[in-house]
Design a protein around this ligand. Structure first.
Ligand code: UDP
Ligand code: MG
Length: 350
């Protein structure tokens, strides 16, 4: 197994075995779930008898998550790294930050809320070891609200029809990627992205397995209906231009039909004389087409806005601190100050 050279806490360099498995976990206000997560995740990974690291990315939490992550990092320093964001940049940005620092050959993403059981990670790793470079998952008996399931299946269907991405259940974030796929994701500088779909583009030998799914037992979903819509727009606009093309097609068809209508109306005008009936039908048609036009403008806006965000090239996230073994090479006084700063940030955000 290759060895990575890291600064040892006592100064000087020493060889640390490079982990085979990196588990990347975004955390946003998950104080209620973290203790249970640690209690299940580490034993599940210990059982695999391979070198691993857990990378927790705190996405600007303003509850006690940072303190809990810090304590866990101290309890299991060999296997734990914690990245603290300055503020909330979103789940996918958090995963990207984890990807950029992951050292494993196999990289697994997992939610912090235990909806995806960590005990399933072994099966994902086995699929990577069998030669797959992308292991997707399908949630068996999905435990989410009806409206969420309905929306997922709608977007799943739309995505399947308009892109080349073949994912049965795009919403499940418990997934495994080979190092090469993660490297390609890291090289893509996309601002708004949807990681399972992006990674799929770079996979050579993808597969899917079924995993268990549990209801959220602690804390609340961090996705409001509005955030979910935004995320699904990221998915649709990031991977296909079909919505725009449909609009040009629709525009062409409607213009064609309107041309025919104009001719018919002109002939009727000459034949029958002026007619004033059907005003309400006219209103209805008008509103209908104005609605379509506004939707089209909004859709173009979604693409233009994303293009704008991309060309501005602002950083996708800002890191306030990284808590890891190597970081302990900082002098103790500096380390204490850094810890205080991170704690103060956690408190001031309340
Ligand atoms: N999350 C995050 N930043 C956000 C929203 C969510 O890091 O802005 C994390 C959250 O802590 C959890 C994961 O992303 O670990 C999935 O979030 P959640 O369980 O709320 O989503 P759902 O299961 O409802 O889709
Ligand atoms: Mg969840």
């Amino acid at each position: 197994m290759p060895a990575a050279i890291v600064d040892s806490p006592r100064g000087g360099l020493q060889a640390k075995p490079r982990p085979y498995l990196s588990v990347v976990i975004p955390v946003y206000n998950e104080e209620a779930s973290l203790a249970a997560l640690f209690a299940r995740l580490y034993p599940a990974l210990d059982q695999l008898t391979l070198a691993y690291e857990c990378i927790f990315v705190d996405d600007g939490s303003h509850d006690r998550s940072v303190a809990l992550l810090r304590a866990q990092q101290q309890a299991r320093p060999q296997e734990t790294r914690v990245i603290l964001f300055q503020s909330n940049f979103g789940q996918h940005a958090a995963i990207l930050a984890g990807f950029e620092r992951a050292m494993g050959e196999a990289i697994v993403t997992l939610d912090a809320d235990l909806q995806n059981p960590p005990e399933e990670i072994g099966r994902l790793v086995a699929a990577i070891q069998a030669g797959h470079d992308y292991v997707g998952t399908i949630r068996r008996g999905r435990q989410d609200h009806f409206a969420r399931r309905w929306m997922s299946s709608l977007i799943n269907g739309l995505r399947a029809r308009t892109t080349h991405i073949r994912i049965t259940d795009q919403g499940c974030m418990l997934r495994a990627y080979a190092r090469a796929v993660v490297a390609a994701v890291n090289a893509s500088r996309e601002v708004n992205t949807f990681i399972p779909a992006l990674a799929y583009l770079y996979a050579r030998n993808p597969t899917e397995i079924e995993v268990a799914h549990e209801a959220r037992t602690a804390g609340q979903s961090k996705y409001s209906f509005y955030k979910l819509i935004r995320l699904n727009f990221d998915l649709m606009t990031g991977f296909t231009l079909v919505p725009l093309q449909l609009f040009s097609m629709l525009g062409m068809i409607i213009s064609g039909l309107s041309g025919v209508l104009v001719v018919i109306l002109a002939v009727r005008r000459l034949w029958i004389g002026s007619e004033v009936e059907g005003v309400f039908t006219l209103f209805a048609l008008n509103f209908f087409f104005i609605g379509i036009a506004l939707f089209g403008v909004g859709l173009i806006g979604e693409y233009v806005g994303r293009t704008y965000e991309q060309v501005r090239g602002r950083p996708r996230y800002l890191i306030a601190a990284v808590l890891e073994e190597g970081a302990e090479a900082l002098p103790p006084a500096e380390r204490a100050r850094e810890a205080e700063r991170a704690d103060a940030r956690a408190v001031t955000r309340v």
